[in-house]
Structure formats: structure tokens, C-alpha cells
Design a protein around this ligand. Structure first.
Ligand code: SF4
Length: 509
């Protein structure tokens, strides 16, 4: 596979869409920064807030047709096009840019997508609609080319305090809405601790109209303390920890045109987890309107499915499709009387909207087919497992199962209910299996089994799920919470002798 050129279509202000070479490689893909992968060149379309209109969806479907015939929704609500042979030509790039896809300023197109709850503006319980904040930060990035010096992993998230929380997602900076004495603020959270942990509350309250100033100052302090000419930029966490959080925040405050508001009563908003509650049919805050959370098997959409969903969104709703950080999507603004028709048309597209579908919370990294580091064919294994479970276990709630081809855990960096991490054992594709929450040293949760060959995985997971259904304290107890109540040796006994009910049921309280 030849290493592709990293190309950049400069914006109109620099000339008429001129294609220039920026560098020979980049660690993070963007629409203008294609990256080699095992299955071809990988291009990532940055979609702030994950919100797309029908026209954009159709354009994406046409591009997908030119390559692998599909796109993948990522865990930052981007879209990835894979299996590209020669790079996307400049005409297509220009067309996408004209449709508002990818950044208006390619210099900052590699910076991580801006995240927010996929139900922003429609969530019945949210404190504030975060879509304008996403737009404002995206506009600010596009207008300030010097921010190209930020780490590509400089990641920002806004949570409006609604039912579908994104507070536990991995981001460098999180603004989490809270209500204090009838005023809405954002609590500032920064990634300070270990890698792969959600950001920490730093005891600062930011009023909505101060958000952009604070973000700009956070970025400016970062740039002031790094060598922008070097290729590998440090993560924000490293810069904060080198400088000390207190000093970093002091420097931020020096750049603000107002005094910062401190609140030392730290709030644990990151504990709010979504539990895939957005899948299925839900009422919006707007009267008589509903959104439908659609399950995408492993985040993959075929081009005809993208077109079909775009048509559906336009015919029954506002033409809007929202990608989620859980690699599925929402169709919004559906009047109640149209729900049955929309459900039936989603089914006709070969998709589903049920939380009981094992694929609703199944996540996999690209695995052997797309990544040279992978020990296992994670995507194929995840689909085989889900087909098996679908016919052997009747689920009544989502189970978050995560397949990774190696310890890097690209698809999902934090604990799931069940995590399978690929290992090569005597030339057999095998997995270490982890469950629930572990301590801070345990990236995937607690290790339950080692070197389980994939052939053994489906029946083992079937047993685990059946035991969970019999032994959980109440229907709302998640699989992860259930496993957290037992030691590893107790779990092994339970899963080995699932009928040993009496001995363990007393633990429930
Ligand atoms: S988790 Fe490992 S195998 Fe999977 S995509 Fe990332 S680096 Fe590749």
C-alpha cells in the first residue's frame, strides 16, 4: 500500500480550491488528511454535533458508492469512508465542502469532531440546547488558522444536562450543564487524569455566554506552552499536568475579559451514563414530535441505506439525521401519526430500532480487515456472536459488548458490560474477556477469562447472559452492575454452574 499524500483543498479566500500538499503523513484522518489503513485509504468526514441533512446524506451515499459501498459511523459521530484507492478527487472534496461537510477551513479539519448529545434541542429534560455552542466553536476554529497547531486530539464536548448524556465520553474538555439557584451554568471538566478516563470537574462554573471565551483561552494557553513546529503534539492532559492545573487555569483566567466563577463542590456528572436509552421511539420536547433511535450493526451503513434514511427523514420528519457517539443514529421530528410507517420503512431498509437487539450496543474496532495491529477479525466475530445471541437469548435491555483487536481499544476506550480483547494464542484467534468496572488500573474492567478461542465465545456469552437474567436484582440492573456485585471467582462459579442460584441470590441489596 503506497503512503498517500496528505492533501489540502484551500478555502476560497486562498484562491479557487487549490490542492496543496501539507505533509507526507498525519496520525489522525480528516476529509483533507487521508490516512493509510490495511484495507485502503481512510477518509474521515468531520460532522460537528453529528447532525446531517438529507442532501448531505445523499452526497455521502454517492461517494460511498465510488469506494467500498458503505460508511462507518465512529465513536465521535464522524463518518469514515474506507477502501479508497487513490484518494478522493478535488471535485468531490469541493462538492462536500460546498455542502457543509468537512471543515470550511481544511487547516483545522484534522482536529477532533465536536461532540454533543444527539438529542440536543429535542431532549425533554435538557437544561440547555447545546447546538449553538457546537456551531460557535466550529466557526471559531474555522476562523483561526493558528489553531491548526492544536493537537489533532484536542477534543471538546458540550452536554446540556438531558436524558441522553455524553458526560462519560472521552474528551479533553467537557462543558456539562447544571442548574444552580435557578441559573444554568456549564461545569468545566478537563482531562487531567489517566489516559482513557473521562475528564475531571475542575471546580469552575462557566455561564453560557462565557463558553467561547473560555474555550479560546484554554486553546491559547495550550499553544503558548508547546512547540507548534513539532509533528507529535502533546495531549492537553500532558500540558496541564506539566504546568500544574492551578497554574494552567490561572493563565486561562488572565486571558478572560471577566472573572472566573469558582465552585469547589465538585459534581460527578460523568457518572451519568446513557445506557443506550436513545434507541427506539422517544417523545421530543416539542409537542407531538418523536425521534427514533436506529441500530446500525457495528456502525456500518450501506449506501442504499443512507439514501433510504435520508428519504425517510425528509418524507416524515425535518430531513435531519443525527449520528451518535455510540455508532448509531436518530431520525428526528416525526409526528406521532407517522411512527408506524417510519418503523416499517426502517425495517424494509434492513435496519432495526429495538433496544433488545443485541446489535444496539455492540461495538467493534476495525479488526484484522482494516488494521495491521489486530490479532483477531473483530468485526466478523462480533457479527457472528450477535447472530448467535439473537437466536439463543431473549434480551430485554441493551448489553454493551465491545470487541477490540488489541489493547489499544480504538472503538471504545472505557468500560463496557463485556469487553473482548484480541490475542493471538498458538496461532488461534482468541480473546481475553473482561466484565463490569475494574479499579483505575483496569482499562477494560475486571478480567474474567484469558485466551478464549472465538469458537468458545458464543456459548460462553450465552451462559453469561442467561445467568445475568436469572440473578440480577431488578430489571434495571445492568450486566456490568450485576457482575460488580461478585468476585471474579464467584462469577466463574456462577457461569460454570448456572443453577447454583441459592448460594448467591442473597448478595442482592
Ligand atoms: S484497537 Fe488495536 S486492532 Fe483495533 S483498530 Fe485500534 S489499533 Fe487496530
Amino acid at each position: 500500500m503506497p503512503i498517500p499524500r496528505v492533501y489540502c483543498l484551500l478555502p476560497a479566500s486562498h484562491g479557487e480550491g487549490v490542492l496543496v500538499l501539507l505533509s507526507v503523513s498525519t496520525p489522525c484522518p480528516g476529509l483533507f488528511y487521508a490516512t493509510p489503513a490495511k484495507d485502503g485509504i481512510l477518509s474521515r468526514i468531520r460532522i460537528p454535533g453529528g447532525i446531517l441533512n438529507s442532501k448531505q446524506c445523499r452526497a455521502i451515499a454517492s461517494i460511498a458508492d465510488m469506494y467500498g459501498g458503505y460508511v462507518d459511523v465512529t465513536n465521535r459521530a464522524n463518518l469514515q469512508i474506507r477502501e479508497i484507492n487513490q484518494g478522493i478527487n478535488t471535485e468531490v472534496l469541493q462538492q462536500l465542502q460546498d455542502l457543509g461537510l468537512g471543515s470550511r477551513n481544511p487547516m483545522i479539519d484534522h482536529i477532533r469532531n465536536i461532540m454533543t448529545s444527539p438529542t440536543a434541542g429535542i431532549d425533554p429534560q435538557e437544561l440547555i440546547d447545546t447546538r449553538p455552542f457546537v456551531q460557535a466553536w466550529d466557526d471559531y476554529l474555522a476562523a483561526h488558522s493558528e489553531l491548526a497547531g492544536l493537537s489533532a486530539k484536542f477534543s471538546v464536548c458540550f452536554d446540556g444536562g438531558g436524558l441522553v448524556s455524553v458526560c462519560d465520553r472521552l474528551n479533553d474538555i467537557l462543558f456539562a450543564a447544571v442548574l444552580i439557584e435557578n441559573h444554568i451554568y456549564f461545569r468545566l471538566h478537563l482531562g487531567l487524569g489517566e489516559k482513557r478516563k473521562p475528564p475531571n470537574d475542575v471546580g469552575i462554573l462557566v455561564s453560557p455566554d462565557e463558553c467561547l471565551f473560555v474555550l479560546a483561552a484554554l486553546a491559547d494557553v495550550y499553544l503558548a506552552h508547546i512547540d507548534t513546529s513539532i509533528k507529535r503534539k502533546p495531549r492537553l492532559r500532558e500540558v496541564i499536568n506539566n504546568l500544574g492545573c492551578h497554574r494552567y487555569l490561572e493563565e486561562v483566567e488572565q486571558r478572560l475579559p471577566f472573572a472566573g466563577k469558582r465552585d469547589q463542590k465538585l459534581a460527578d456528572v460523568v457518572e451519568k451514563k446513557t445506557n443506550f436509552s436513545h434507541i427506539g421511539i422517544h417523545s421530543q420536547r416539542q409537542k407531538n414530535l418523536f425521534y427514533i433511535g436506529v441500530v446500525l450493526p457495528l456502525g456500518r451503513l450501506k449506501s442504499q441505506q443512507i439514501r433510504g434514511l435520508a428519504d425517510l427523514a425528509q418524507k416524515y420528519g425535518s430531513g435531519t439525521i443525527r449520528l451518535t457517539p455510540w455508532q448509531n443514529l436518530l431520525i428526528t421530528d416525526i409526528p406521532q401519526q407517522c411512527i408506524v410507517d417510519v418503523q416499517s420503512e426502517i425495517t424494509d431498509l434492513g435496519l432495526d430500532f429495538s433496544t433488545n437487539n443485541i446489535k444496539s450496543a455492540l461495538v467493534s474496532c476495525s479488526g484484522k480487515s482494516g488494521c495491521a495491529a489486530s490479532a483477531t477479525d473483530t468485526k466478523a466475530h462480533a457479527l457472528t456472536l450477535s447472530d448467535y445471541i439473537q437466536t439463543h437469548v431473549k434480551l430485554d435491555s441493551p448489553i454493551n459488548i465491545h470487541f477490540s483487536g488489541c489493547e489499544k481499544s480504538c472503538a471504545q476506550h472505557h468500560h463496557s458490560d463485556i469487553a473482548l480483547v484480541g490475542v493471538s494464542d498458538r496461532n488461534l484467534e482468541s480473546y481475553h474477556i473482561y466484565v463490569g468496572d475494574g479499579n483505575s488500573d483496569e482499562k477494560f474492567g475486571r478480567q474474567l477469562y484469558q485466551n478464549v478461542t472465538f469458537e468458545e465465545v458464543p456459548t460462553l456469552i450465552e451462559t453469561m447472559l442467561k445467568v445475568y437474567k436469572s440473578y440480577r436484582c431488578h430489571p434495571e440492573e445492568s450486566f456490568g452492575q450485576f457482575t460488580n456485585r461478585y468476585t471474579i471467582s464467584q462469577l466463574k462459579q456462577l457461569f460454570f454452574q448456572p443453577l447454583n442460584h441459592l448460594r448467591f441470590s442473597a448478595v442482592c441489596n
